[in-house]
Design a protein around this ligand. Structure first.
Ligand SMILES: [Fe+2]
Length: 434
């Protein structure tokens, strides 16, 4: 593709696929959901949302729009933040009883991911765990389409409205895993920045670092040409590695984070910054949905698996709870210090997109420059100071590493190889930063 990063390799992939929903972006576009649903042939819609949004203005806008388009609507809101298999089973039961012909989800990643997975159970049966890869589940394939789905984002981080994955907690194992299938990609996504106007600062910060890491991980992931050639067009996984398309979206998303994250967190009135962050989250979602993330996300799963007795203020959920974006960012500066050695130029460019002071820096400085910029952004947005600030001590490092090693596909998408000892070292260096 005319870029050295994607140079052909022996037995490596020589093509990549880009998938995304029909995307509508702009203030006021949530009220278009009715007409868009009707166009997709929906006549009876299940509106998935969360308990906090259910009685608020956004669900009212969506609901009225659907009704005005002549569509019957029933709302399902029994979804927990960081959804689990129980949320999905309840959602699937709701779908079965209601005989719906379409789904509209209005919420953050928790809501959209629950809607996707509930439709999998409705259309293809089985239990949630069956669809996870072995040894956790049976790796049951999703054999065909789901119901038509319009995903309407209400946060500026997850990007789930534009991805074909669902991240779910399996209660029995107390840990999160990913289900991925091209059939889980929503048919349409609506990104209306008015949905983020009332988000509290801590949510904008946490989701902003999720988007920041989505973009950085895409940009620094192994090139698609270094992933094995696929056996058939339908066998291509969404974790296909960095490619020119994901790189393009990730670059813009990083620039948005560099320019607007601190402003959007610290000034609720700064609609320019918040609108930009929502656009950045969508771009980063499209980017990682077509490349996969790597170590920062893989290692966040160890954190949420083993968190214990930690309460995060401002979220309607009981302990233990660490928001997804925080579970990613607490280890990320340490991880990028490690991975920079493999692709220093890409890491240095990432730092520059985030507006780091990289004057006079050489590729040898890449890890340090990027990590310092991330730490500065964390300080400016009142993030926890590393793993120790969310309840972990050095004696937990070994268990964290062992837990995260189960995320093999994401770990293999990192630019530098790592084993359990490397993960332990990265966690140790993430205990505190300042
Ligand atoms: Fe994420």
């Amino acid at each position: 593709m005319g870029c050295q990063y994607y140079a052909p390799t022996d037995n490596g992939a020589d093509s990549f696929t880009v998938a995304m929903p029909r995307l509508t972006v702009g203030r006021g576009t949530l009220s278009e959901v009715g007409e868009r649903s009707a166009k997709l042939g929906m006549r009876r819609v299940a509106l998935f949302t969360d308990p906090q949004l259910a009685s608020g203005p956004l669900v009212k806008i969506a609901s009225e729009s659907l009704t005005n388009a002549g569509i019957d609507v029933a709302t399902f809101s029994d979804i927990r933040v960081e959804p689990d298999d129980d949320s999905v089973e309840r959602g699937a039961a709701f779908l079965r009883q209601g005989k719906f012909d379409g789904v509209v989800s209005v919420g953050g990643g928790s809501v959209i991911d629950t809607a996707k997975a509930a439709m999998v159970l409705l259309c293809h049966g089985g239990d949630v765990i069956d669809y996870f890869a072995p040894p956790v589940g049976q790796g049951k394939p999703i054999a065909g389409p789901l119901l038509p789905h319009i995903a309407c984002a209400t946060t500026s981080g997850t990007g789930s409205e534009c991805t074909s994955i669902s991240v779910l907690r399996i209660n029995q194992l107390n840990t999160k895993f990913v289900i991925a299938s091209p059939y889980m990609l929503p048919d349409a996504a609506i990104v209306d920045p008015q949905c983020c106007d009332s988000l509290p600062a801590n949510v904008v910060a946490s989701t902003g670092f999720d988007l920041c890491c989505h973009a950085l991980e895409c940009y620094t992931a192994r090139a698609y040409t270094e992933h094995a050639k696929i056996e058939s067009p339908n066998a291509r996984q969404y974790i296909q590695g960095a490619n020119p398309f994901s790189e393009m979206a990730a670059r813009e998303a990083m620039s948005i984070v560099g320019k607007y994250l601190v402003r959007g967190v610290n000034d609720v009135q700064d609609t320019e910054a918040r609108d930009q962050l929502m656009w950045g989250a969508t771009l980063a979602g499209i980017a990682f949905g077509n490349s996969g993330t790597h170590l920062p996300h893989a290692m966040s799963y160890g954190v949420t698996h083993l968190m214990n007795d930690i309460v995060t203020d401002g979220y309607p959920i009981s302990s233990p709870f660490i928001p997804h974006g925080i579970s990613v960012i607490v280890s990320a500066p340490s991880i990028f210090r490690y991975t920079a050695e493999a692709t220093p130029k890409r890491h240095l460019q990432g730092a520059e997109f985030l507006l780091a002071d990289a004057k006079g820096a050489t590729p040898d400085d890449a890890g340090e420059v990027l990590s310092k910029r991330m730490i500065d952004l964390m300080k400016a947005t009142h993030m926890p100071n590393g793993l120790s600030a969310v309840g972990f001590k050095s004696e937990h490092v070994s268990a964290l590493a062992t837990s995260s090693m189960r995320q093999g596909r994401a770990i293999a998408n990192a630019p530098r190889e790592s084993n359990v000892v490397d993960l332990e070292n990265m966690y140790t260096n993430a205990l505190s930063y300042w």
